[in-house]
Design a protein around this ligand. Sequence first.
Ligand code: GDP
Length: 421
Amino acid sequence: MLTAVVGINWGDEGKGRMVDLLSAEYDVICRYQGGNNAGHTVVNDRGKFILNLLPSGILRDNTVNVMGNGMVIDIEHLCGEIAGLKEKGVKITPETLKISDKAFISMPWHKQQDILEEERLADRKYGSTRRGIAPVYGDKYMKKGIRMGDLLFKDTLRDKIASILEWKNLILKGYGQEFSLEFIMHWVEEFSRSLLPFITDTTEYLLGAVRENKNILFEAQLGALRDIDFGIYPYTTSSQTLAAYAPIGAGIPGARLDHVVGIMKAYSSCVGEGPFTAELFGEEASKLREAGAEYGAATGRPRRVGAFDIPASRYGVQMQGAKELALTKLDVLSYMDRIPVCVAYETDGVRTDKFPTGDMLLRAKPVIEYVEGFKTDISKCRIPGDLPEAALKYIRFIEEAVNCPIRYVSVGPNREDYIEM
Ligand code: GDP
């Protein structure tokens, strides 16, 4: 069985914890896009982990974890992440972790370019995590990338890097921030040494896994509304976050998904800049931010928070082709007397159920309605019958509005804090 676990909204929906839960039934877990701008938080019996690059299945001993060709990898960051997990007793070997030879390396100049560009944009900035993600994907399509597999060919690596660096320095010179070849080669040498045994042809491995009918789970980073093509461009990420891309970014483009599980939060949150129609402000926002601990896992930035957004979530469900949903963090709403929901948008005085993109989205105003709050601690609920009627009503209301069944409801950050509906 091939399953994608993907985000329905702007990211931070709680995908990491759902992958951690669902991965029990899977043999192989693949990350298929993005880089260390991701921050998946997983809390289980071994402690609390924040994973940026490694697939969340790395925390289970019986899974093989693949970092696919669709990813961009900062090797310095990856070395640190692996070392941190090993310190906590997580087993990471070439048998449990396989890094695609076709994944692109996020080089020091990518991070530098990301920072310089955000500074140039100043108050028009995109809200990048400044980890070099957009520049490395840009260079991939410019065919000026260095791939993980290049690290295996020492005799040609230096020349390849020298040529790209010469090109890159033409831009960085304008800022007085060129890199020397010696610095870059030293960086590459230092942070590639321990990774070499993990680099492999992951396509060959995954084709074998499909032949053997292994269960494969594809883990997305960010959500549908951040997809480079179908999201809120240019406030998107620079890769494809949609389930349809999962087999390609993982390395088996000919394979077909059997199942798509969408992860959707019981309210909205959005890191960085860009249109966020259902946004709440003032005290209403700070209460929700505190209740949901909405601070970026990768950056610590306070997240913008908002009401559950029906037009955006319905669109997210459609773009992902989700067959069922996990509604996360329902417990966070326990303090509310009444729960705000964005039921439609109004653009230029016209009400619409559609999620607009482009400049139309910038003009959209939320139409907010309130539903009854449940006003009880639901974090110990484990079966639907434990939930108060008002919480069940909220779940059914959302399910109908986005037109997709909600199978799981999470009521706390720990692995077992969930209800199967
Ligand atoms: P991801 O990037 O989609 O994996 O999401 P993040 O890890 O950035 O954000 C999810 C955050 O919510 C993490 O801190 C989780 O520990 C936490 N979390 C996940 N599910 C629940 C839940 O049901 N209730 C509460 N209170 N916290 C949750």
